[in-house]
Design a protein around this ligand. Structure first.
Ligand code: HEM
Length: 522
């Protein structure tokens, strides 16, 4: 049987032949757009973009030097575009059928979630799925979830106490991710996972899955670039081989398929007139959806909703540990507040700055600077023309005010770069400054996405399904934790932001963790 390494080498050969034909024997305007020099044909700029020790180390400098649209190279010399231009970004997010996930991401998502995930659906199918899922995440529904989320916040506080966190320096990440999974279970699926109070098979396998994908390597990135050229049938066959990774995927699917079957059966048995409609309800009611398909949507929301919120909560607490004065002001505000309605969280000066929209100063600044999903890779499905808010001078000296791109072109919506544009946030865009949300106005230019923090939740038809839930969850869990504990940085703090599916806190040795010193509030 061929080894993993041999399979990778064969695939690479196929890719090399294909790219030479595709990119070097035909003209492409992208090659005329300025961008950083590339020293590796094999890896292109992928290591600097995706594997740097601190996310953005190179990307933010490239943006400063080359502007809001520039070209970089993917693996095998493939020309790609990096985009943070507001006009171009708006065009991309509003025309989601034209800009889909690339073929490698599609293959990975099909294996991870199963076929039919809302992430990959487009057109009518996407609208239908969002129509079924949206009600569970509507403003009214999310508001009504407050008591459940508050209860999870209290359990998280108890968990920190029972694990003996106060008085120690400890990695808080696993408990934050546990709380995020608990919210998905209790609030959205009406099914307690008991992550914070006991053992959960789902939490364990979910963590294994995230960890396995969370340490990308150069070879892994090459493999990802080669994925589109591997015939589907071969790819599916590879996922029948008895390797450790395949077994882990099978176990994940087994646990989540069982769960979705239980939830669907329970839903059919409990259905009663007047009973509130939940997430599973929408699919069961739809008729044409099988229990197996419900499993696909369940995996999608568990994956999309846990790690993103877990890492963002971690970044908020980390920044508060860096800013003891702000943390103390926030604590005082929490202690003086009577938090019984979701609107109460919107009426706190330090958790909030009320400027045009009600915004959370600390939450919003964290979502701007530490957006969980900093980079979205897209492939163009038809020849089209990208609008630009400012003209670009090509390497031949010509000025262009739009970029014609061909079907199959890969581009990156650089969300984190967009969230740092001086043209929007002013000269101190690079600074983490929650008080900017007290300024009037904190930003200039067109507003993209549903939240003032910028593109953290993207926008348009593919806007994050759970953004309202994520905001309420962050508000409540921050208020619970900061009300009870004082957070500070350990002396040897070396935390940095690494791209590991999401923007994840990791220490200098590359381990994904968030060690903070915890004390009880006296
Ligand atoms: C702070 C937390 C979160 C952040 C920063 C975040 C961010 C995002 C972003 C940027 C996208 C667009 C990805 C792309 O198309 O490239 C997205 C999509 C999505 N998010 Fe979130 N998310 C968060 C929490 C959640 C939660 C709690 C859920 C719960 C269900 C969720 C479910 C989804 C789903 C299902 C999509 C796909 C939407 C579609 O394609 O129609 N997210 N999210």
């Amino acid at each position: 049987m061929p080894t993993d390494r041999e399979i990778i080498v064969l695939c690479l050969l196929a890719v090399i032949i294909w790219t030479v034909r595709r990119f070097f024997l035909s003209p492409n305007i992208i090659r005329l757009i300025p961008g950083p020099k590339c020293t590796s044909w094999l890896y292109g700029h992928m290591p600097q973009l995706l594997l740097s020790e601190e996310y953005g180390e190179h990307e933010f400098q490239w943006q400063e030097k080359y502007g809001q649209v520039y070209s970089i190279k993917g693996c095998f010399g493939e020309p790609r575009l990096m985009i943070s231009d507001p006009e171009t970004a708006k065009y991309i997010i509003n025309n989601s059928d034209l800009f889909v996930f690339g073929p490698s991401h599609q293959k990975i998502a099909n294996v991870l979630f199963g076929r039919g995930s809302v992430f990959l659906a487009r057109g009518e199918t996407h609208r239908r799925l969002r129509g079924i899922m949206n009600p569970s995440f509507s403003a009214n529904n999310v508001r009504a979830l407050l008591p459940i989320i508050q209860e999870i916040g209290r359990k998280l506080v108890d968990r920190w106490d029972s694990l003996g966190f106060p008085g120690t320096t400890v990695d808080i990440s696993p408990t934050l991710h546990g709380a995020a999974l608990e919210v998905m279970g209790n609030a959205i699926l009406e099914y307690p996972f008991n992550v914070l109070t006991g053992q959960s098979d789902l939490a364990q396998i979910q963590k294994k899955m995230v960890d396995s994908a969370a340490n990308p390597t150069k070879l892994g990135k090459l493999f990802e670039a080669a994925l589109p050229y591997i015939p589907d049938v071969l790819f599916r066959l590879a996922f029948k081989l008895p390797t450790k990774t395949v077994r882990m995927f099978q176990e994940y699917h087994r646990i989540t398929d069982n769960l979705s079957r239980d939830l669907a059966e329970q839903n059919r048995a409990d259905r009663a007139p007047g009973k509130a409609k939940g997430f599973i309800d929408g699919f069961v009611n739809d008729g044409g959806v099988t229990d197996q398909e419900i499993g696909v949507h369940l995996r999608t929301i568990l994956f999309a909703g846990q790690d993103t919120t877990g890492v963002t909560l971690g970044w908020i607490l980390y920044k508060l540990a860096q800013m003891p004065g702000f943390q103390q002001d926030l604590r005082q505000e929490i202690q003086l507040s009577n938090l019984t309605e979701s609107s109460d969280y919107n009426n706190m000066p330090f958790l909030n700055a009320i400027i045009n929209a009600r915004t959370q100063a600390i939450d919003t600044e964290a979502l701007r600077m530490y957006c969980a999903f900093p980079l979205s890779e897209r492939t163009v499905t038809e020849d089209c023309v990208l609008p630009l808010s400012r003209p670009i001078t090509t390497i031949t000296g010509a000025q262009i005010s739009a970029i014609p791109v061909r079907k199959g072109q890969c581009l990156y919506l650089a969300i984190a770069s967009f969230n740092r544009l001086n043209s929007i946030w002013g000269p101190d865009a690079e600074e983490f400054r929650p008080s900017r949300w007290f300024d009037k106005p904190p930003r200039t230019g067109i507003s993209l996405g549903p939240h003032p923090s910028g593109l953290a939740f993207l926008g348009g038809p593919g806007v994050c399904l759970g953004w309202r839930l994520a905001i309420l969850e962050l508000q409540v869990l921050v208020a619970e934790l900061v009300g009870k504990f004082v957070l500070s940085l350990p002396d040897n703090d070396s935390v940095r932001a690494r791209l590991a599916i999401n923007l994840t806190p990791a220490t200098a040795d590359g381990v994904q963790q968030l060690p903070l010193h915890i004390e009880h509030v006296s």
